[in-house]
Design a protein around this ligand. Structure first.
Ligand code: GMT
Length: 380
């Protein structure tokens, strides 16, 4: 198959899922063409089956808002023709689904028919998509996509509640690559972070408001009052500067380390005893899954798709959004007993295995085949 993948190039979950899926399809012999405004962060090696096409938006003094969607649509038209693509897979509806639908109609004028699969990732529906600014066009673009998938059952239900979708939304969960995300012996690193064998608590995110990073700090403060612990804050984003300042002001710098953006997250997760994800909304929680693959139990909120990933009482605990004292209590429960911690770690790994990339990638492959077949039948 020749597949076009349209995605954000960033470290964010939707970009990661799109890139890892494309890499996996490439490894199976499919030709995969990534279309984005920058080289996807995880597209970090060369393969004869993987191609990257950059979208450039030309400057003009009249453009207060550079017309990225038109540049993207035009690039899609160009690549569908030159690479003779069989299918387009767009990740994150805004603006990718709308740009792909526009390209599809342009191509149709030239007698080229190409099916589109749109994968919904989360805030493209739950926060941004339902905003009246984008809603009508998103609704239209989803209905004009030939296939729509959601990364969790919860996101499927949210989409059906918010929009008027005429077709079945298929749930295909996110996945993790165990070749990369596995617990590795990192004794030097562990010793440097926790010289007295303190428990290591980790949070990774883009430090946006939706991640409730203040709750991470509050939960940790309560945990370390009960047991010796250290907190590693991984990632960067709008809330980081304020948090670091508050950390200094409350004299917590010896216990909390801000590591910034890190490529080798799996190495950091490898020393973890507990992962915190108290998000306001989370369609899936890929970062929690990656932690679980590295045998780190999770205390998270019970919002969105998180309960599908983090099984309450088994792989960790899920608590109400904002209930920091309950989250801390659950964290202390996991961390305060060696045997119990070992059980949670093993459970986290076992459940993560149900999201193995080698199991989920073929589901997408089959879905592509199904959509191409249906599409061919409809145009003939
Ligand atoms: O929606 C976002 O915040 C952006 C998006 C991303 O690109 O990182 O995250 C969403 O997609 C991820 C991959 O499918 C999911 O794991 C995240 O849960 C989801 N984020 C939210 O729903 C807040």
């Amino acid at each position: 198959m020749k597949i076009g993948i349209i995605c954000y190039p960033t470290y964010g979950g939707s970009g990661v899922v799109a890139t890892e899926l494309g890499k996996s399809m490439g490894a199976k012999g499919h030709k995969v063409h990534f279309i984005s405004y920058d080289q996807p962060a995880r597209l970090d090696f060369f393969s004869e089956n993987l191609f990257y096409h950059e979208v450039n938006v030309s400057e003009y003094p009249l453009f207060k808002y550079p017309p990225y969607e038109i540049a993207l649509s035009s690039k899609i038209v160009e690549i569908v023709k030159s690479a003779e693509l069989d299918i387009l897979h767009v990740h994150y509806a805004i603006p990718h689904a709308a740009a792909a639908v526009m390209a599809k109609y342009v191509l149709r004028e030239e007698g080229i028919n190409i099916p589109i699969v749109t994968t919904l990732h989360g805030t493209d529906i739950t926060l941004v998509g339902k905003d009246a600014t984008y809603g009508p066009v998103i609704n239209y673009s989803l209905n004009k996509s030939d296939g729509v998938t959601a990364v969790s059952g919860s996101l499927k239900r949210d989409t059906e509640d918010i929009f008027n979708i005429e077709k079945e939304i298929r749930v295909i969960p996110n996945f993790v690559d165990f070749d990369r995300f596995k617990r590795q012996p990192k004794e030097h690193f562990k010793l440097a972070i926790a010289p007295n064998n303190e428990r290591i608590v980790i949070h990774t995110s883009n430090f946006r408001k939706v991640k409730r990073v203040d709750d991470v700090m509050s939960v940790f403060r309560l945990i370390q009052q009960e047991i010796p612990a250290r907190l590693l804050m991984v990632g960067d984003g709008p809330e980081r500067v304020r948090l670091e300042r508050e950390c200094r002001e409350s004299n917590m710098c010896d216990k909390i380390t801000f590591l910034g953006k890190q490529d080798a997250v799996e190495e950091i997760l490898s020393v973890g005893d507990l992962f915190l994800m108290p998000s306001e909304t989370e369609s899936f929680g890929l970062a929690a899954l990656e932690a679980m693959a590295c045998q780190v139990p999770v205390v998270s909120s019970n919002t969105g798709g998180l309960p599908e990933v983090n099984i309450d009482g088994v792989t960790g605990f899920t608590c109400n959004v904002g209930d920091v004292s309950e989250m801390a209590k659950r964290g202390v429960h996991i961390l305060s007993d060696d045997d119990r911690l070992a059980t949670f770690k093993a459970n986290a790994l076992n459940h993560a295995k149900t999201f193995d990339i080698h199991a989920v990638c073929p589901i997408y492959e089959k879905y592509y085949e199904e959509i191409i077949e249906k599409h061919l039948a409809s145009v003939h």
